[in-house]
Write a protein that binds this ligand. Structure first.
Ligand SMILES: Cc1cc2nc3c(=O)[nH]c(=O)nc-3n(C[C@H](O)[C@H](O)[C@H](O)COP(=O)(O)OP(=O)(O)OC[C@H]3O[C@@H](n4cnc5c(N)ncnc54)[C@H](O)[C@@H]3O)c2cc1C
Length: 398
């Protein structure tokens, strides 16, 4: 028997009350200590890991509570950005595929924000076609030895652990010889270097592995079953990116841009009104669509390729929001008084927005998936599916 309406209303009230007392002005991304304290307190209050199993530190509740919490949280600024990869991708993958020992060891500190996780898939020669990756792990007695380079790794500079995808058998076709491992980001042989994006911030990194030793029990899922583990993680990623809570102070949120239009006295402009109405409709439609995907997931219906719809629409909405931001802010979008922190935040948001069409799989790739798996269009030609990886010309392999 699920939660009753009364219980759900009480849960919402409790969440609203707690968030009112424990959140305030946005916390700057570099303030890791405050973010960690917040996440632990959120867990103690019963609002972190809402749908995760109780024996592994979750709250053991359902999707309805999760949706209710997300809905309430929209009105607040939660300093949880550094935990998004762990909570939205690595954790759910461990819940699905981890051994009991892995779940007992890693999930509780992850959900409490005590340990930060990153996802190490992309490489300089393998992004959209991630199955072409060249980082390798070679078995040596009871351990594996990891060598290679990853790139664009979000929060690697703060991470304690990562989920890394490596090649464990080059003699079979590219999708068949991969394995996913848990890697200790503080282990000898791991080097993390920051990469700046066009906002001037460095949210991601390049990561080098040189002879990093991984214990045999660090495999997530099956040896050489890494592709299926990666697909599991990417499906969580697409829903979680699409569903990302629009923060109260998100400079590209409908409500923030509408307030800017009022402040600048342009809310009566018919073109701007039209744009704001369209942005509201698009952002709201995506929220409802991802809410439905989550409810269905709870009922045992996998999001499948519809996760790609959420991801694609999220990126299109971001691009449209940049256009609307340009209209409502006018010349303030380009140059502003130093004391105008809202304009500075908006500029950061506008410069970050294009990443939404790349991170987590590009919009072109999402369109391919939607075309093939939802619309039933012909598959893209693939000439290398049955060729042993060793014989392919990919990355630096010639
Ligand atoms: C902000 C941000 C954060 C990220 N965080 C992480 C992270 O934490 N961990 C991680 O592993 N990676 C991360 N990435 C990397 C991301 O997953 C890759 O950038 C993405 O998969 C694209 O790969 P690529 O950059 O190598 O581009 P490429 O794959 O080289 O693509 C180049 C261009 O070709 C197009 N293209 C490629 N293949 C096709 C095709 N089959 N059909 C049509 N067009 C195609 C692409 O759409 C793109 O326009 C992050 C990226 C960004 C921007």
């Amino acid at each position: 028997m699920g939660v009753t309406e009364d219980e759900l209303a009480e849960f919402r009230d409790r969440a609203r009350q707690w968030l009112t007392e424990h959140t305030g002005a946005p916390v700057p991304p570099e303030d890791v200590a405050t973010a960690k304290r917040f996440q632990a307190a959120l867990h103690d209050a019963g609002f972190a890991g809402i749908t995760w199993p109780a024996e592994y530190g979750g709250q053991g509740l359902g999707q309805r509570e999760q949706l209710a919490f997300n809905d309430v949280a929209k009105a607040f600024d939660l300093p949880v950005a550094i935990f998004v990869v762990g909570l939205g991708m690595c954790g759910p993958t461990l819940v699905d595929l981890g051994t009991d020992q892995q779940r007992s060891r890693y999930l509780r500190p992850l959900v409490r924000g005590e340990e930060i996780w990153c996802q190490l898939f992309s490489e300089p020669g393998a992004g959209s076609d991630v199955a072409s990756l060249q980082t390798k792990a070679v078995r040596d007695g009871d351990e594996w030895v990891l060598d290679g380079q990853k790139v664009w790794t979000t929060v690697a500079h703060l991470a304690d652990y990562g989920a890394v995808l490596a090649r464990t058998n080059p003699d079979v076709p590219k999708h068949s010889g991969l394995t996913m491992f848990i890697v200790d980001m503080h282990a000898p042989g791991v080097t993390v270097r920051p990469l700046k994006d066009m906002t001037g911030r460095a949210p991601f990194n390049e990561v080098f592995f040189e002879g990093v030793r991984l214990p045999a029990d660090s495999v997530i899922g099956e040896v050489n079953g890494g592709w299926s583990a990666a697909v599991t993680m990417l499906s969580h990623e697409r829903v979680s990116i699409g569903a990302a809570v629009v923060r109260r102070s998100d400079p590209l949120a409908y409500s923030v841009l509408a307030a800017t239009a009022r402040d600048r006295g342009v809310q009566g402009d018919p073109v701007i009104r039209q744009q704001l109405a369209e942005l509201y409709a698009r952002q709201r439609a995506l929220q409802l669509f991802t809410a439905r995907l989550r409810q269905e997931a709870h009922a045992g219906i996998a999001p499948g390729a519809r996760g790609s719809v959420a991801k694609l629409v999220g990126a299109l909405n971001q691009a449209y929001a940049v256009e609307v931001a340009g209209s409502v802010a006018g010349t303030d979008a380009i140059a502003w008084e130093a004391k105008n922190s809202a304009a500075a935040e908006r500029a950061v948001g506008m410069n970050q927005a294009p990443a939404a069409a790349i991170a987590g799989g590009t919009s072109e790739v999402q369109r391919n998936i939607i075309g093939e798996r939802i619309l039933g269009l012909p598959k893209e030609p693939s000439v290398d599916r049955d060729v042993p990886f060793r014989e392919l010309k990919v990355g630096t392999q010639r």
